[in-house]
Design a protein around this ligand. Structure first.
Ligand code: NAP
Length: 684
């Protein structure tokens, strides 16, 4: 038995709390592995360290530099010797190899996914411009933009025990991208695995100082030191989540709190997805997988499996048959398909929950094969399937047995299924199994209001599907009501939830200086054709006004003939005259774009390497035969792409007719070479 206290990482060092501590055990053997304690640790100092050292160090990095760090850490966590160490510890939490893969490789995957998304979706700077310029005056001299900037505080992350690595990294990644340092507080039962992952991250030297600290043990007075620049992201039971939300200092200082709480998630078999259909088999396989993966200790696990009355006997038999094949025991034994719960206390909680559920259900199966099991000290329970006898009973919809437990619930009609699912009072995820969109669409729309994520499964996507239980870094994670009232995690919305959005009002010139992006109406500079300037010479605001060109009726007829686009508005005088929009022949929008390119392109080989797209295209005024158009092209935004020898340049492009009206407005997106020798570009 180990009486050693697990260290915390605070400030610049690993430090150990004092006192008697809280024990944590090996889930398989029940052996005490150590203690957690934060007694005597100065958590106020940790908050100060994060704010004064970590925050400015991260803030000095651009979004892309932060993304590169995340990518490198993700790769490091996937190195074989690191994985070996983490998997060995993970087995002590009761996890099978597959469970560990979800937690550890899945966690590293989250870092890689965020790194990739950030490089594509965020600028290589420190400010995010959110939405378009809002003109606030007729003459365009006064307007506003919304920007997002990093806060000056720290993000405290309180995590549940079931995903010690993934749970930390899914929050750390968006927080770090947003510019905030993290203080991670894992749950005591599995903090030893989180601590091991944190040690890898700290020892790598990849992170700026103060970017990550670890509190191994009770949160103590940590939340008392937070203020309005800080945030708290909680994951755990709804009961604890409510306590955190009600923390007096968090309320008093309006600290931003998000909660990802528990959830009585559903799977729904569609009415015509009966036995012998692919979707019936997929439903059975998913319910079994959700009961057994992580021994059912997943916030997203299916707790309620809704089945049309006509198929309930078939579903009961199929699930019972599949669950009878499960082998529970020490994950080190390769026969084992389901590991242990985290500790005996959790076994007791699950047993209590099953007893509650039994008041409105019958047991279908609650025994299975056990191998290498310490029945007294190991935290093993059999997968348990119940069948509701009273489908409307509150317990069926409210009790989250956080273990390998699900209840089959018959339903009589689609509307009843929707109503029963809603009785969960808000869940993270539901999945629907059926081949007929006329059945699955009303179900999906009917339950969407109560879910953060809905997965619709049919045979065509099953092989590619990531499954019911996997939150993805691309998609919302969280849910309404009981699930915590959050939907922040997933993609850039998770990053933005940690940043401050500010409306900045002023002149186009001021707004351009603040955002670093050209806003129409700001001063422009003429340095000759900007396509002759390399990325490093080019400045936001460098502009070109082209010669003009008359668009003739022959041009329009030729373009129609050449491209095959003979839409009546370009060809048929009478029909075009009847059009409430055109009132006569107009040029193709794409002809206008093509002529615009002909006016602004600089033909010889030069720094502009490619045009990779167009954003925000609008044809504002029809172009008619005889109109004379010219183009004003202005460098709007530059995004350096690290090490590639070029960067992205967006050009504000306005096609203007002889009356000064905007015929077309859009952003041309190009790749522009760096100066020789800069950013990986070849030296001349
Ligand atoms: P928990 O008992 O609610 O604990 C969660 C975390 O809160 C732990 O780190 C715990 O650490 C801490 N905590 C407890 N009381 C606190 C307080 N007064 N102030 C601040 N922190 C406090 O949950 P768990 O047993 O670890 O995890 C299982 C639950 O989490 C399940 O209900 C599951 O559905 C849910 N979960 C949800 C998600 C999701 O994304 N929605 C993901 C995973 C798990 P201490 O014990 O040291 O205080």
């Amino acid at each position: 038995m180990s009486g050693e206290i697990l260290p915390s990482y605070l400030g610049r060092q690993w430090v150990t709390g004092s006192g008697s501590g809280t024990p944590f055990v090996d889930a398989v053997t029940g052996e005490q592995l150590g203690l957690v304690s934060t007694e005597g640790l100065d958590l106020a100092k940790a908050v100060d360290h994060a704010r004064s050292i970590g925050n400015p160090a991260i803030a000095a990095l651009t979004f892309h530099e932060r993304a590169t760090i995340l990518r490198n850490i993700g790769k490091l966590l996937l190195e074989p010797d690191v994985l070996d160490r983490l998997y060995a510890l993970s087995a002590k939490t009761g996890a099978t190899i597959k469970d560990s893969w979800i937690d550890i490789d899945g966690g590293a995957g989250v870092l890689l996914a965020y790194a990739s998304k950030a490089r594509k979706e965020l600028p290589n700077s420190h400010v995010v411009v959110d939405g378009n310029f809002e003109p606030l005056s007729r003459d365009g001299s006064f307007g506003a933009v919304h920007i997002r900037t990093s806060k000056r505080g720290v993000a405290v992350q309180i995590n549940a025990y079931n995903f010690p690595v993934w749970g930390m990294l899914e929050k750390f990644a968006p927080t770090f991208l947003a510019g905030l340092p993290s203080i991670v507080k894992p749950a005591p039962q599995t903090a030893f695995l989180t601590a091991a992952a944190v040690r890898v991250m700290i020892d790598s030297g990849l992170l700026p100082e103060g970017a990550l600290q670890l509190v191994s043990g009770a949160p103590g007075d940590l939340l008392d030191h937070l203020d309005g620049q800080d945030s708290v992201a909680f994951t755990g039971s709804a009961t604890t989540g409510a306590l955190v939300k009600a923390h007096p200092n968090l309320i008093a200082k309006s600290v931003h709190v998000t909660t990802e709480a528990d959830s009585v998630n559903s799977a729904v078999l569609a009415p015509s997805a009966g036995p012998k259909t692919a979707e019936f088999d997929l439903f059975v396989a998913e319910v079994v997988s959700e009961i057994t993966t992580k021994a059912g200790q997943k916030c997203t696990a299916i707790r309620r499996a809704f089945v049309p009355e006509a198929h309930v006997d078939a579903a009961t038999s199929a699930l019972a048959e599949a669950l009878a094949e499960v082998t529970v025991g020490d994950p080190a034994n390769e026969l084992v398909t389901m590991g242990a719960l985290v500790d005996r206390e959790q076994c007791d909680r699950v047993t209590e929950s099953i007893e509650l559920l039994k008041s409105a259900s019958d047991v279908v199966i609650d025994s299975t094969n056990f191998v290498d099991v310490d029945g007294v000290r190991g935290a093993f329970v059999a997968p348990t399937l119940l069948r509701a006898t009273d489908r409307f009973a509150d317990v069926i919809h409210n009790v989250e047995a956080f273990g390998p437990v699900a209840t089959l619930v018959p339903y009589a009609s689609t509307n009843e299924a929707i109503e029963l699912v809603a009785r969960g009072n808000g869940s993270l995820v539901a999945s629907i199994y059926g081949a007929d969109p006329e059945e699955t669409a009303p179900l999906a729309l009917g339950i969407a209001s109560h879910h953060g994520r809905v997965l619709v499964v049919d045979e065509t996507m099953a092989a590619a599907s990531t499954g019911h239980g996997s939150p993805l870094p691309h998609l919302t994670h969280g849910g309404p009501g009981r699930a915590g009232g959050g939907e922040e995690l997933g993609g850039m919305r998770a990053v933005f939830s940690h940043m401050q959005r500010t409306a900045i009002q002023g002149s186009p010139a001021s707004l351009t200086a603040i955002t670093g992006e050209y806003i129409s109406g700001a001063r422009t500079t003429d340095k000759g054709h900007p396509f002759r300037l390399n990325f490093d010479q080019l400045a936001v605001g460098d502009s070109l006004t082209t010669e003009s060109r008359v668009v003739t009726a022959e041009d329009i007829a030729h373009f129609a003939d050449f491209t095959g686009d003979t839409f009546y508005a370009h060809m048929d005088e009478d029909a075009a005259a009847r059009s409430p929009i055109f009132g006569g022949i107009v040029a193709h929008g794409y002809l206008v774009l093509s002529f615009a390119a002909g006016l602004f392109v600089d033909p010889p080989e030069g720094p502009v390497l490619a045009n990779y797209g167009i954003d925000r295209l609008r044809f504002a005024t029809p172009t008619r035969p005889g109109d004379e158009i010219h183009v004003v092209l202005t460098c709007k935004r530059k995004t350096q792409l690290d090490g590639r020898g070029y960067g992205e340049v967006a050009w504000d492009t306005q096609v203007i007719n002889q009356n000064g009206e905007v015929a077309a407005a859009y952003d041309v997106l190009t790749m522009v070479a760096n100066a020789p020798g800069i950013n990986g570009a070849e030296s001349s």
